[in-house]
Design a protein around this ligand. Structure first.
Ligand code: TRP
Length: 331
């Protein structure tokens, strides 16, 4: 078989603790992908800076926490390269070069740009840096010439821009960057505890690092089928917030039983929540064990990041040399 490029690049912004929505929406895919691809996963702290620039010092603490969440969830530094964006300065150089050939109109038209500015209207995001977010993202991606980039739906316009920027660079300077394909990760299959989208700003999530004691009362307070007032009323799992969680955390035989019991009112919401809390706790237990080990060894976390960053940097330096040569900036 001819050797196909199976390089993958993706990143997350270090802005807070990861929750189950992140796990089932993004991380499960990363875990699968790391098994048979050459993966570069990075902490996108410069991207966090685009929206957190009024208090940049906050970001520092989130960097190792994100790495801990990843490794606790099962990302294996032996299998994938975990690196720190702002420690590979080449990303900034490529961002500068690509910014020169990116028309402002492409950036202003980006639907995700418009949406986020509205969503975060309390922050002033009318900055030069925030407008250029997709150019920075294009640099992160193109630096490693990956064939695929796992992203959620909201990031698709950014990826499309990265492809357009690659095309423009190639057109002006000769073929250099392959156009990466999106590897669309399905939208989070989990609603928040209150039924809305699971989101940091709604504080309606279960964090991966949360202890069973913290988690249990949250599960017990989850909204179920609001038409089911008494245990003797029949319920509908399809409109219950618990059911999507059971589908992910409870074995399929038991799930069928729950569904049946809910529909014929032989199984109540309180029991359903207790079972879910139990299954969730056992699901998270191995992550907590790995996390505890990392919490006790903060040097290990920084070492994982430093080792991965050194590998990524070597790649980035090599590619930057080629890029400089391509544009005649190899003095
Ligand atoms: N923009 C992504 C997000 O907000 C994070 C990110 C930055 C990224 N650079 C990237 C994702 C490159 C994939 C590839 O989630």
């Amino acid at each position: 078989m001819s050797k196909i490029n199976n390089r993958i690049v993706s990143g997350m912004r270090p802005t807070g603790r990861l929750h189950l929505g992140h796990y089932f929406g993004v991380l499960v895919n990363w875990l699968k992908i790391q098994e048979d691809n050459e993966c570069f996963f990075f902490v996108a702290d410069w991207h966090a800076l685009t929206s957190e620039y009024t208090d940049p010092r906050r970001i520092k603490g989130f960097v190792p926490e994100l790495v801990k969440d990843w490794v606790a969830a099962g990302l294996d530094p032996e299998k994938c390269t975990i690196f720190h964006q702002s420690e590979v300065k080449e990303h900034a150089e490529l961002h500068l070069i690509l910014s020169m050939l990116t028309p402002v109109g492409w950036l202003e038209r980006n639907p995700t740009y418009k949406e986020i500015r509205q969503e975060l209207s309390q922050k002033d995001l009318a900055t030069y840096g925030f407008l250029g977010y997709p150019v920075l993202m294009a640099s992160d991606i193109l630096m490693y010439k990956p064939s695929r980039v796992p992203v959620g739906q909201d990031q698709l316009p950014h990826l499309e821009l990265a492809r357009e920027i690659a095309r423009r660079f190639n057109h002006l300077n000769g073929e250099h960057f392959p156009e990466p394909e999106a590897m669309l990760t399905e939208d989070a299959k989990l609603p928040g505890l209150d039924g809305r989208k699971m989101s940091k700003s709604y504080n309606n999530g279960i964090f991966l690092g949360e202890s069973a004691e913290e988690m249990r009362p949250k599960v017990m307070s989850m909204l179920t089928d609001s038409n089911r007032m008494r245990k003797t009323d029949v319920g509908d799992p399809e409109v219950c917030n618990l059911y999507p969680y059971h589908k992910l955390l409870t074995d399929s035989e038991k799930c069928a039983e729950i569904e049946e019991g809910c529909r014929n009112a032989s199984w109540g919401c309180v029991d359903c929540k207790k079972l879910l809390a139990e299954n969730m706790a056992s699901f998270l237990a191995p992550m907590h064990e790995r996390r505890a080990h990392l919490d006790e060894n903060p040097d290990l976390v920084w070492q994982i990041l430093a080792d991965g960053t050194a590998k990524a940097r070597a790649r980035a330096q090599q590619n930057m040399e080629e890029i400089r040569e391509k544009i005649g900036f190899n003095f």
